[in-house]
Write a protein that binds this ligand. Structure first.
Ligand code: NZQ
Ligand code: ZN
Length: 386
């Protein structure tokens, strides 16, 4: 196991009715900016609950943060935050709103042009406004990590940054707030969480017993949730609660501590979203199975471990078990009604070139747990997913 430092200061308040506890989490004297996305938070009543819980505090609101939040929109929120002299940010939404809020938190006190935060991957962030979140979409794990992914319309970039200053101080996870999600977003949440676990786990044997078995527990849970969720009623509290907790744990740093991680699927997926506007989770379903096919030798031992411990596949030759495991992963995505091919989005061979060019432009040419996934290998991965 590699040396590691594990730090996660986010307090989680989990369960039905927990939004009312906002009142205890934020200073009475705080000047709060509530940030949200489109119409969903208002329609579902979540914003109403938040306003009620904020009580007599001074607060203002900034709505309109889009899916794949853009720098252009977020800079308007920065302006509002500076003008209103707010000193606490509250994100009400999914990954896009939470990520956008993290960017605003870092950008408000930033000396210089805030896009630099993305260009330097968060290294130059010295301080940030404190922030909390009220989660409405279990998927990204943003509620308990220090990562944000921001897009820029003008340049077509989608870049990530990370910095400990943008860990949420608290996150409220009330599964009933997810009941209003369209089925497609629920499926996206399952798929994204699954690939988050896999990016940390499906690498090479590193004799990290705790990380491996914790990841396998999350994967087993996700397989079970995946099987049930498309036919379950939207208000199945326990199923939603399990999805919410698994999504948070999939990317809160614990399973990735002390092990080499992959993240090549995400790097390629972000370029697919930037170029073709495909939902984040859906890009992963295209890339991940193809990545496994391309990297089956490098990932052989872990593929066999996953096949045996998670899928119970112990019969047949090694290659048969690996084939079966990859087929099960494709079936898992397809069972969620998420396509695993680029052709489902009318993207053909010619559509791969701009993705490779973007990866090169962003320096994403030494990806994966061995840092040996060049842009040529990324091309092969995408060709396998045509
Ligand atoms: O805008 P509104 O009207 O709120 O609608 C949203 C949005 O259209 C809707 N929605 C959210 N909660 C709802 C709801 N609709 C009904 N009822 C509710 N309760 O869902 C749509 C998608 O929301 P979004 O926040 O974009 O989805 P998600 O949570 O999947 O976030 C995706 C973003 O997170 C980034 C992705 O790249 C993408 O930009 N990621 C962030 C990560 C992180 N911070 O650690 C890691 C991930 O790998 C990912 O890259
Ligand atoms: Zn993701």
């Amino acid at each position: 196991m590699d040396n590691f430092e594990f730090y996660n200061p986010t307090k989680i308040l989990f369960g039905k009715g927990m939004i009312a506890r906002l009142d205890e989490q934020i200073d009475q004297q705080a000047r709060v900016l509530v940030l949200y996305g489109g119409a969903s938070a208002e329609k579902s009543g979540t914003l109403g609950e938040v306003r009620k819980a904020l009580g007599q505090r001074t607060f203002c609101e900034f709505g309109g943060i889009e899916a794949n939040p853009t720098y252009e929109t977020l800079m308007k929120a920065v302006e509002v935050a500076r003008k209103e002299k707010v000193n606490f940010l509250l994100a009400v939404g999914g990954g896009s709103v939470m990520d956008g809020t993290k960017f605003v938190a870092a950008a408000v006190p930033y000396q210089g042009e805030p896009w630099e935060i993305l260009l330097k991957q968060g290294e130059t962030v010295q301080q940030a406004l404190p922030l909390g979140t009220v989660v409405t979409l279990p998927a990204t794990g943003s509620e308990m990590n220090s990562i944000a992914v921001i897009s820029r319309k003008e340049t077509g970039d989608k870049l990530a940054f990370s910095n400990p200053h943008v860990f949420p101080v608290f996150s409220i996870l009330d599964p009933t707030r997810t009941f209003s999600l369209p089925p497609r977003q629920v499926a996206n949440g399952v798929a994204d969480s699954f690939v988050h676990v896999m990016e940390a786990y499906m690498t090479l044997p590193q004799d990290a017993m705790v990380q491996d078995r914790y990841a396998e527990g999350l994967l087993l849970s996700l397989h079970e949730i995946g099987q049930r969720i498309t036919s379950a009623p939207a208000d199945d509290y326990d199923l939603r609660a399990n999805l919410m907790w698994v999504a948070t744990q999939a990317l809160n740093g614990l399973i990735g501590a002390g092990v080499k991680q992959d993240w090549a699927t995400h790097a390629i997926g972000h370029e697919l979203t930037a170029k073709y506007g495909i939902d984040h989770a859906r890009t992963l379903a295209i890339v991940f199975p193809a990545m496994l096919k391309e990297r089956r030798e490098q990932k052989r031992a872990k593929l066999l471990q996953y096949a045996a411990r998670v899928l119970g596949l112990t019969e047949g030759t090694e290659d048969e078990r690996i084939d079966a495991a990859i087929a099960r992963i494709e079936a898992f995505f397809e069972g969620l009604e998420i396509p695993v091919r680029l052709s489902a989005y009318d993207i053909d061979r010619a559509g791969i070139d701009p993705i490779i060019a973007q990866l090169e432009e962003h320096g994403m040419t030494t990806l994966g747990e061995h840092q040996d996934i060049t842009s040529e290998i990324s091309r092969k991965v995408l060709e396998r997913s045509l």
